[in-house]
Design a protein around this ligand. Structure first.
Ligand SMILES: *Cc1c(COP(=O)(O)O)cnc(C)c1O
Length: 669
C-alpha cells in the first residue's frame, strides 16, 4: 500500500523481553522472518447467536488469507535488525475449477481478483456504500492479520496471557485501526477462552492511540447495520465493552445521562459506532502530535474523556528522520555540517547541530552554505522544468508550498497572495522582489474542491508565466505527482516554507520540520508544530502572521462574515473578482464558482479572507528580509542549527518513556 504520509495503517511495535543468549545475526533473522508464502487465515466470526461458527473472511464468496512480506530493516549504524512485516490479501484458491468447468470462465478468475483487491489500493473514507464496505473489510484484514500474528508469536515462548502487555505493545496510528481493540478481545475470549474481565485488562494494557487530526469529520464512524453485516461478533464485543464502560461512568457521574451519551461508543442519532471512542477506551495512553494539538485534543475533541481520565492524555511532538531529510536528501549540506562540527555524530544526535551557532559568523562556512543552497535550487529548477515544463530563474526566491491539497492547509490563501503580487507588478510597483512560487500535492480522489484548487494554481501559472509584463519577477509552478522522492529534491532547494493552515487545524505538520532543517525560513501561522519551531529557532528567524487559535475561535463566535474583509480590502476584492470573473479561465466565470461559493455563501470555514491582509503584510516583511541577503543567510543557518529537537529519534524516545514505558534496549552509541 502506498502512503502519502504517516497516518494510515496499524503501527505495531513488538518489544521483545530481555533475551541474553546472544544469537548470531542469521539466527536472529531466522527467528524474525517467515518463509516466503507463509499465510494466516483471516477469520470471519459468523453468527454469534448460533455458537460462533467460524470461517475465513469471505469477500464476494471467496475466502481470503493474509500473506506476510518481510523486510529486515536496520537502523543507521545499528547493531540490531527489526522486521517490517506487510500483509497482502490472497485468495485461497487461484480460481474456482467448478465454476470454470461449468463454463463460467470469467467468473472463475473474478473471485480471485475481487478478494485480492482488499490490499491493492487504499480505500478512501469518503466513498459510497460499496466503497465504505470495502474499506471496513480492508481495515479489518490488516488489523486481524497483525493481531493474530502478534498473539501467535507470543504463544511460541509464553503460555500466560497476563504477560502479553509486557511483551507486545500496539500503537494505533490514527483511528483507522481502532477495530484492533475488538479483534484482540475476540482472539482472547473466543479463541483462547479467557474470561471477559481478564481479556479486557490485558487488551487495555496492550493498546495506545495516536490521534492525528482535529477535524471532527475525519474521525471514523461505522454504521451499525454495516458492522452487523460484515463483523457481527465484533459489533457484539463493542456493545459489551460499551455497556461495561458506561456502567463505570454512571457510577462516577450518577444522573448525568447527557455525559453518558457524549462518552458512549454508540452515536444513537447516527446509528453508528464512534471508532475514536473505542480507541480511547481501549488504550492505556492517547497522544497528540504537537503541544497545541494535544491541548486542543483534550479541550475540544475528547473533553469528557480527559475529565474522566486526565492522565491518559500525553503529548509526543512529531519529528523527522535526519538520515533521510538531511543526510540523504542534502548530501552537500551534510558534508559541510560534518566538516564544521569535526564529525558526523549529528546523524544520530541531531541536537549536535547546536554547534553550528558559531558558523553564522564564519565566512568560509557562510560562503559554502550559500553555494550549496544555490546548487540545490538549480537541482529543483531542473525537476520543475522536467515535470512541469516551466523554466524558472534560480536567482529568484524559491517560495514553496508542498503538502496534501486540503482547504484547511490553505493553498488558496497562497494563490490569493500570488495574484496580489501579479497585480502589483502589472501596476509597476517597485518593491515586489522576484519569486518562484512552487506548489505540489495530491487531492483525495473524491475531494472536488481540492482538485479545483490544483486547477486554479495551474490556470494562474499559465497566465502569469506567459505575461511579458511580468518576466522573471514572478513564476508559478505546480509539480505533479508529489511524493517522498520529489520531496527529497524539493526541501533542500526551498528558501521560504509555506505553513499557513488556519490556526487550530494542523495537528503537527512534518513538512515544516524538513524545510527548516534544510535552511528554509518559515512563513506560517501559530498552528501545530510551527509554534514549537518558532520557540526553537527564535522570533527573528521565522515569519508569523494571522489569527491565533483562540482569536480564530473568537472570530467565529462573534459571527464571522467573509464579506467584510472583501468589502474593506481593495486588493483582495480585485483578486477575488478576477478569479470569479474568469480572468484565469479564458473568461469562463463558472469554473471557479464552487470555490467562491465555499468562501461566500459557504462562510469561509477556514478563514482565508480573514487572514489575507495579515498574510500579505507578512509577505512584504519576507521580501524586505530577503533583500538583505547576508542577514537572510544568517537566519537560514540558525534555522538549521536550532532544529535538533525535531529529530524522529527524540520522538521515538518520547514514545518509549511517556507511552510504552519501555527502557531502551540499544543505547545510543
Ligand atoms: C513530509 C511529507 C508530508 C507531510 O507534509 P505536511 O506539510 O506536514 O503536511 C506529506 N507528503 C510527503 C510526500 C511528505 O514528504
Amino acid at each position: 500500500m502506498a502512503h502519502e504520509d504517516d497516518r494510515d495503517g496499524v503501527g505495531v511495535a513488538v518489544l521483545s523481553g530481555a533475551d541474553h543468549g546472544d544469537p548470531t545475526v542469521s539466527e536472529r533473522l531466522d527467528e524474525l522472518l517467515e518463509p516466503p508464502g507463509w499465510t494466516l487465515e483471516i477469520d470471519l466470526d459468523g453468527d454469534p447467536t448460533t455458537g460462533g461458527q467460524r470461517g475465513p473472511l469471505v469477500v464476494d464468496a471467496e475466502e481470503v488469507v493474509a500473506m506476510a512480506y518481510d523486510t529486515p530493516t536496520s537502523g543507521h549504524d545499528a547493531v540490531n535488525v527489526v522486521n517490517l512485516r506487510l500483509w497482502s490479501a490472497r485468495a485461497t484458491r487461484d480460481f474456482d475449477l467448478g465454476t470454470f468447468n461449468a463454463g463460467n470462465y470469467v467468473e472463475a478468475v473474478q473471485q480471485k481478483t475481487s478478494s485480492e483487491t482488499l490490499s491493492k489500493v487504499l480505500y478512501p473514507n469518503d466513498q459510497t456504500a460499496k466503497g465504505q464496505e470495502l474499506r471496513l473489510k480492508q481495515e479489518y484484514f490488516f488489523v486481524s492479520a497483525s493481531l493474530q500474528d502478534i498473539v501467535a508469536r507470543f504463544l511460541k515462548s509464553h503460555d500466560d496471557f497476563q504477560l502479553l502487555p509486557d511483551k507486545a505493545t500496539v500503537q494505533l496510528n490514527d483511528t483507522h485501526p481502532a477495530l484492533g481493540v475488538a479483534e484482540l478481545m475476540h482472539i482472547l475470549v473466543d479463541h483462547h477462552d479467557l474470561p471477559w474481565r481478564e481479556a479486557w485488562e490485558i487488551t487495555r494494557r496492550c493498546f495506545n492511540y495516536t490521534n492525528h487530526t482535529l477535524l471532527p469529520e475525519a474521525l471514523e464512524t461505522w454504521p451499525i447495520p454495516m458492522l452487523q453485516d460484515v463483523l457481527p461478533r465484533h459489533l457484539e464485543i463493542i456493545f459489551d465493552i460499551n455497556e461495561a464502560f458506561l456502567g463505570t461512568v454512571r457510577e462516577q457521574f450518577p444522573g448525568e445521562e447527557d455525559r453518558v451519551q457524549r462518552l458512549s461508543l454508540v452515536d444513537d442519532a447516527a446509528n453508528a459506532i464512534r471508532m475514536a471512542h473505542l480507541a480511547v477506551v481501549g488504550s492505556q495512553h492517547v497522544n497528540g502530535v504537537a503541544e497545541l494539538h494535544t491541548k486542543l485534543l483534550t479541550r475540544h475533541v475528547f473533553p469528557d474523556f480527559s475529565e474522566l481520565w486526565p492522565d491518559k492524555f500525553v503529548n509526543v511532538t512529531n519529528g523527522v528522520t535526519p538520515r533521510r531529510w538531511l543526510r540523504q536528501a542534502n548530501p552537500e549540506l551534510s558534508a559541510l555540517i560534518t566538516d564544521y562540527l569535526g564529525g558526523d555524530r549529528w546523524i544520530t544526535r541531531l541536537e549536535d547541530l547546536a554547534g553550528l551557532e558559531g558558523a553564522v559568523d564564519d565566512a568560509a562556512f557562510r560562503q559554502r552554505f550559500q553555494a550549496i543552497k544555490h546548487a540545490n535550487k538549480q537541482r529543483l529548477a531542473t525537476l520543475i522544468e522536467r515535470r512541469a515544463g516551466i523554466e524558472v530563474p534560480a536567482d529568484a526566491m524559491f517560495d514553496v508550498h508542498v503538502k496534501r491539497l486540503h482547504e484547511y492547509k490553505r493553498q488558496l490563501l497562497n494563490v490569493l497572495h500570488i495574484i496580489t503580487r501579479y497585480n502589483r507588478i502589472r501596476r509597476g510597483e517597485a518593491d515586489v522582489g522576484p519569486r518562484v512560487a512552487i506548489f505540489a500535492g495530491k487531492a483525495a480522489p473524491g475531494y472536488f474542491l481540492a482538485k479545483l484548487i490544483i486547477n486554479l494554481i495551474n490556470d494562474v501559472a499559465r497566465v502569469v508565466n506567459n505575461d511579458p509584463a511580468v518576466g522573471d519577477r514572478l513564476k508559478v509552478a505546480f509539480i505533479p505527482n508529489y511524493n517522498v522522492s520529489a520531496a527529497e529534491v524539493i526541501m533542500p532547494g526551498a528558501e521560504l516554507s509555506e505553513q499557513v493552515s488556519t490556526a487550530g487545524t494542523e495537528a503537527s505538520g512534518t513538512g515544516n520540520m524538513k524545510f527548516a532543517l534544510n535552511g528554509a525560513l518559515t512563513v506560517g501561522t501559530l498552528d501545530g508544530a510551527n509554534i514549537e519551531i518558532k520557540e526553537a529557532v527564535g522570533d527573528d528567524n521565522i515569519f508569523i502572521f494571522g489569527l491565533t487559535e483562540s482569536q480564530a475561535e473568537a472570530v467565529r463566535a462573534e459571527g464571522y462574515d467573509p464579506h467584510k474583509p472583501y468589502e474593506e480590502n481593495g486588493e483582495l476584492r480585485e483578486v477575488i473578482d478576477m478569479i470569479a470573473g474568469g480572468y484565469f479561465s479564458d473568461g469562463d466565470a463558472e469554473r471557479y464558482r464552487p470555490l467562491m461559493d465555499a468562501l461566500f455563501p459557504g462562510g469561509d470555514r477556514y478563514l482565508v479572507l480573514a487572514d489575507y491582509a495579515s498574510y500579505v503584510a507578512c509577505q512584504e516583511t519576507v521580501d524586505a528580509a530577503y533583500a538583505d541577503a547576508p542577514a537572510w543567510l544568517r537566519r537560514a543557518i540558525l534555522n538549521v542549527a536550532r532544529m535538533g529537537s525535531f529529530s524522529s529519534d527524540r520522538t521515538v524516545h518520547d514514545y518509549a518513556t511517556r507511552v510504552w514505558h519501555a527502557p531502551a534496549v540499544c543505547p545510543v552509541q
